[in-house]
Design a protein around this ligand. Structure first.
Ligand code: SF4
Length: 488
């Protein structure tokens, strides 16, 4: 059966479209970003508002988080030394101030402001694209499509080709080995801290830090240090009050009237008032915390409420060791650890995302699956591996590795997405990322190679190494999927 000759064109015409574009008006900002990302510009005719020429050595990586639109671009103005920094794309130069980029520290590394039209208005090198496109706007809009035009393409690193040619088994082996290096490095870090403060305290600090997610690691770690200095036997409520008090995040104003939030906050303050004086010197400043852009589930006070449940009996390290030494089917690993770390119920936090949010229709767990995986692969298993290694207990070390390699896939994040763009042009082999190991391996490759190179992959040896792993290069026998570096 032959398909109609224009079937694909028909499909294409029916896809979500950007709609008709007026050639005389500004494009949507997303299209302007796509123009920059794919460099659909007259590259040898680019000039800044101040007349200097601009050469774009790399447009940078699209940033999907808070901050400038592109990170780590490399641009050269006139004959000056090339600059590495961020690029912000706005329709008008006025966007710099109206979007308050001028006072936002996230934008300090911006080296180039790309706009649709207009002169420089703020002293930053400014490049207007209106008269520098390589095609009419309507054509560009059609080319990029109405979908997210900035989604992929053009970011592939030099290793992308060699990785693509690698047989599946070798590719999995590389990722596993990289993941095991990561496990060992985290274990080494925990062991180093344990030499200072003891194994249990090193675990507490790492658990708290992991609860801080990426933005609040350090204040959370500090709270674990403080908790480690206390030998008081406290209830969950008193631990919550103390941790919240130490954090400096307790709202000063009590809500008016009654309600679960007002009652709970009063309860925290009633307890905290009594000890505030005693701990006045260790209370963290609010500025130690980054609150913007956090999902409700990642709000520090909610995380501290969970930590209070763990602290109350003080036996979490022992229970983790018990979990580690009993037989658990790999398919049950996550569920069995969740059972151990999940508090049964919290009178307030099971029913509210934040201090101010309304009561939920049904209770929400304090620990979600994504954070559980994060805790398992970054803290619990590395800590257990480190203890086994310190005790020269090879069977237990092998158990830690086996559980690590079998751990189910974790939550995706911006670093992983960017890494997949660079190493696999956004399309890794199907099923490759079905385990946390592959994610961890990828993160380690980023740490070991991408972070030591630049956006152009200059001086990165990874592509060459990958080529050596090709079966016909005669080196693949060196790859053993389940062997940790340094393992016997
Ligand atoms: S820096 Fe190296 S590992 Fe990273 S994308 Fe480029 S070639 Fe690949």
């Amino acid at each position: 059966m032959s398909l109609p000759a224009n079937l694909y064109s028909t499909w294409r015409a029916q896809r979500p479209s950007a709609g008709p574009l007026r050639e005389d008006g500004p494009p949507p900002e997303r299209l302007l970003q796509a123009v920059w990302q794919h460099q659909r510009v007259l590259r040898d005719q680019l000039t800044l508002a101040d007349g200097r020429s601009v050469r774009v050595l790399h447009p940078g990586f699209l940033n999907r988080e808070a901050g400038p639109d592109f990170r780590e671009a490399i641009v050269q103005f006139g004959s000056e030394t090339p600059l590495r920094g961020d690029v912000e794309v706005d329709l008008a130069t006025s966007g710099w101030r109206t979007h308050r980029h001028d006072v936002n520290p996230n934008f300090r590394a911006v080296v180039l402001h790309v706009v649709w039209d207009g002169p420089s208005a703020h002293g930053l090198p400014t490049l207007a694209l209106k008269s520098r496109l390589d095609a009419p706007l309507g054509e560009l809009s059609e080319w990029f499509g109405g979908e997210d035009a900035t989604r992929s393409g053009g970011l592939a690193g030099r290793c992308c080709g060699p990785l693509n040619e690698l047989p599946r088994a070798e590719l999995e082996a590389i990722l596993q080995q990289a993941a095991l290096v990561r496990l060992q490095l985290k274990a080494t870090q925990l062991a180093a801290r344990a030499r200072q403060c003891g194994w249990e305290q090193s675990l507490w600090e790492a658990l708290f830090a992991a609860l801080g997610y990426k933005h609040n690691v350090w204040p959370m770690r500090r709270l674990a240090e403080l908790a480690g200095t206390s030998s008081d036997q406290l209830s969950v409520a008193l631990w919550q009050a103390r941790l919240c008090g130490w954090s400096g995040l307790l709202p000063v104003e009590l809500p008016r009237g009654r309600g679960a939030d007002a009652d709970y906050l009063r309860q925290l303050w009633d307890a905290w008032w009594r000890e505030r004086e005693r701990f006045s010197e260790v209370i963290l400043p609010r500025t130690a915390w980054r609150m913007s852009g956090l999902r409700p589930a990642n709000q520090p006070l909610r995380r501290l409420a969970l930590a209070a449940h763990w602290l109350v009996n003080g036996d979490l390290p022992t229970r983790l060791e018990r979990w580690f030494t009993r037989d658990v089917a790999h398919a049950q690993l996550a569920a069995s650890l969740l059972e151990l770390l999940q508090p049964s119920d919290d009178e307030f936090w099971s029913w509210h995302w934040t201090l101010k949010s309304p009561r939920l229709a049904k209770p929400q767990p304090l620990l979600g699956e994504a954070r559980l995986t994060d805790l398992a692969v970054n803290v619990v298993l590395p800590w257990l591996w480190a203890r086994a290694a310190a005790g020269r207990n090879e069977p237990l070390r092998a158990t830690a590795e086996a559980r690590y390699l079998a751990w189910p896939v974790g939550e995706d994040n911006a670093t992983l997405r960017l890494a997949r763009e660079r190493l696999f042009a956004g399309s890794p082999p199907r099923g490759l990322f079905h385990h946390a190991t592959a994610q961890q391996g990828l993160l380690q490759i980023v740490r070991d190679f991408c972070e030591h190179s630049n956006a152009l992959c200059e001086q990165c040896r990874f592509p060459e190494l990958v080529r050596c792993a090709q079966p016909n290069a005669g080196r693949s026998a060196g790859l053993r999927p389940a062997a940790a570096p340094g393992s016997p």
